[in-house]
Design a protein around this ligand. Structure first.
Ligand code: GAL
Ligand code: ZN
Length: 662
């Protein structure tokens, strides 16, 4: 598409006289695209049916006269007050039965037919007005779908839709009663109309019902997006449609959502004010980009890349010189074709006054502006060359929203989080400079030398077979604690000892287990004792070889990690959560057995990543620290951008190109 850098722009926040200065400054900085209008419903329709798109048309024309294209956002994440006054029933209801009112954003119910009628009217007019506008290239549906208050809406409209969804899924109420195990605590239903949304209970909740509710909520969001996209698709067949995702966020199954988009976009705020550390660790950011690339198995756009200090009531850290550029190029290294910075200029009003942008409140170009200018001047030309290219990792980590939902419902250990668990495995590979793909469990795995499938908690006969076939045909698979515990309905498996048929694959059985709560445990691996956390599966060998044993608990000297040859492949079972050191050492061993290539060697804070086209490999070496660093590459590449090979200045990003090996 030839577009690689942009900004999120809110011309309506500033006087008309300022616009041209903004656009000139953008042009000089290297901006090729803006996203606009995703929160401007009131400006565009101040009263029912009275449309005012002139101001936006003017802004688009001005931008276009400087060669800057526009992406328009549908403003459906913030319906105006007049709609809410007219139809208060569109405001969502939370689990405690309270309404969430106007005054922030996301005060809407996505199933409500009255709200959908308002959207249909508005989005139709919006799309018609801009269908043939030469400045407009595409659309963003809504904004960060799923990023609302804690629970999705529990209103009567949602309840009715949920009942219909359940009826479609189960057919008969008897089938639902079985799937939810409603015999327990007298929870049986005689009819679908008796089923409510999961409002706050006196005590406890049904894990099977909760799993369906989360899946239903995801389906509702996907339906909401698809329904809006359809309106636009019909009117603007030449425009692309995308949506801004939030990394690993899980209110909606992003694989489903990705299906209806031309490409996926992502939002990332590494130094968000909510971060426990000054900023999110680079390995976690890298994993976020990799999972986003995995949602559609396609390169993506960054729709909001942090460009200034982040804050609402509380603020995060200021960005060090070069830090933001390193994060932006990290996005690119992992598959972003375009980077749009949030936001052009810090806003003088509203909740996000302190969510800073490229320009500060004064609007004067300063340090960050100059940094972005340098970035676009350096990298735009290369991004043109590798647009659409993808990393080609040898290792995949399995990621699945249903597992995430089930473990959110019952985390077992107070601190166990599905995504964090994936991140721990990811980090060990990241530190070794080994690129990773995220895949869904039933994807074809045969291209990967190693597949890591943590917490395969919900299991189906098809998935068991899929893993067994992968290993039988020469694959290397890591399974971990809590595998094969439940069926697809979130009911416990009862026919076999854990981990079910996968016990044959791994050559083990897990008849017992232990939750470590606030204590930690130990294992012996090689001659060393290591720390483990959270959980211990108590394992008996059934053909497997023990490679580490517990050194604590009544089960000490029993297997903690096992290895089993199966067909022409190997299956490892890791019955616990390895501490960082054990993770590192075990992953060194396993990646060596699998003959996984590493891109190079370097200290912490130096990242290496590649994107590949038919015949070329682009290698990125990124210094995420404020210190000088040295590194060494495995493989032959030519330096395209950078000061000096094998050495990095603080926050320096180097780019290499090489020939693809066949
Ligand atoms: C994103 C959102 C933006 C803005 C930004 C800063 O989550 O899409 O509209 O709110 O965060 O808070
Ligand atoms: Zn609702």
């Amino acid at each position: 598409m030839g577009i690689h850098f942009g900004v999120d722009y809110y011309p309506e926040h500033w006087p008309r006289e300022r616009w041209e200065t903004d656009v000139q400054l953008m042009k000089e900085m290297g901006v090729q695209v803006v996203r606009m209008a995703e929160f401007s419903w009131f400006k565009m329709e101040p009263t029912l049916g009275e449309f005012h798109f002139e101001w936006l048309e003017e802004a688009i024309a001005l931008l276009d006269s400087y060669g800057i294209k526009t992406i328009l956002g549908t403003p459906t994440a913030a319906p105006p007050a007049w709609i809410v006054r007219k139809n208060p029933e569109i405001q969502p209801i939370d689990r405690e039965g309270r309404r969430r009112y106007f005054g922030g954003r996301h005060h809407d119910c996505q199933s409500n037919p009255v709200y959908r009628a308002h959207i249909k009217r508005f989005v139709t007019a919006f799309a018609k007005c801009f269908a043939n506008n030469p400045g407009v290239i595409g659309w963003q549906i809504d904004n960060e779908l799923g990023n609302s208050h804690g629970d999705l809406c529990m209103c009567t409209s949602c309840q009715q839709l949920y009942q219909k969804w359940l009826k479609r899924k189960y057919g008969t109420i008897e089938a639902l009663n079985d799937a939810w195990g409603t015999t327990f605590w007298s929870q049986g239903y005689n009819d679908f109309i008796q089923i409510g949304t999961p409002m706050i209970t006196a005590v406890g909740e049904n894990p099977s019902a909760m799993l369906d509710w989360k899946c239903y909520c995801s389906d509702l969001i996907v339906n909401f997006a698809d329904w809006q996209a359809e309106i636009i698709r019909n009117i603007c067949p030449n425009h692309f449609i995308t949506h801004n995702f939030m990394c690993f966020d899980n209110k909606v199954d992003y694989y489903d959502l990705a299906g209806l988009l031309d490409f996926v976009s992502n939002d990332i705020y590494p130094a968000g004010h909510w971060q426990k550390q000054p900023h999110q660790p680079e390995s976690e950011l890298a994993a976020s980009h990799d999972v986003v690339r995995g949602y559609k198995k396609k390169s993506f756009w960054m729709m909001e890349q942090q460009s200034g200090m982040a804050g609402w009531e509380i603020m995060g850290r200021a960005l060090e010189p070069g830090q933001m550029s390193a994060w932006a190029m990290q996005s690119v290294a992992h598959g972003a074709d375009a980077v749009i910075f949030f936001r052009w200029r810090a806003c003088a009003m509203g909740t996000e006054q302190y969510w800073h942008g490229i320009l500060g409140h004064s609007g004067k170009p300063g340090r960050i502006y100059n940094e972005v200018k340098k970035l676009t001047q350096t990298f735009t030309k290369y991004m043109e060359d590798f647009e659409g290219s993808m990393p080609c990792p040898e290792v995949a980590i399995v990621h699945n929203f249903r597992q995430n939902y089930a473990l959110d419902i019952q985390p077992h250990h107070p601190q166990l989080r599905y995504v964090e668990q994936l991140q721990k495995y990811y980090k060990a590979l990241y530190d070794k400079k080994i690129p990773v793909d995220f895949v869904q469990d039933m994807d074809n795995l045969s291209q990967y030398k190693l597949v890591i499938a943590p917490l395969q908690y919900l299991m189906t006969p098809e998935l068991e077979q899929h893993y067994m076939d992968y290993v039988a045909n020469g694959g290397h698979l890591i399974l971990t604690m809590r595998t094969g515990v439940k069926d697809a309905n979130n009911l416990c498996m009862t026919k076999m000892e854990l981990p079910g048929r996968l016990g044959m694959l791994c050559g083990i059985e897990v008849p017992e287990y232990d939750c470590l709560l606030e204590t930690t445990g130990g294992v012996l691996y090689g001659k060393k004792e290591y720390q483990i956390e959270k959980w211990c599966d108590i394992i008996t060998l059934n053909g497997a070889r023990q490679i580490a044993e517990y050194s604590t608990g009544f089960y000490k000297q029993t297997p903690a990690i096992t290895e089993n040859k199966y067909g022409s492949g190997i299956a490892w079972y890791i019955g616990t959560e390895p501490g960082e050191e054990l993770m590192e050492d075990v992953m060194t061993y396993i990646t060596e057995v699998c003959e996984i290539e590493t891109l190079g060697t370097a200290g912490d804070g130096v990242e290496m990543m590649t994107r590949e086209s038919e015949d070329k490999v682009w290698l990125f070496v990124i210094n995420h620290t404020n210190d000088e660093q040295i590194y060494h590459l495995h493989g032959r590449y030519t330096l395209l951008e950078g000061e000096r090979e094998e050495a990095l200045k603080p926050y320096e990003v180097q780019l290499f190109v090489g020939n693809k090996r066949r």
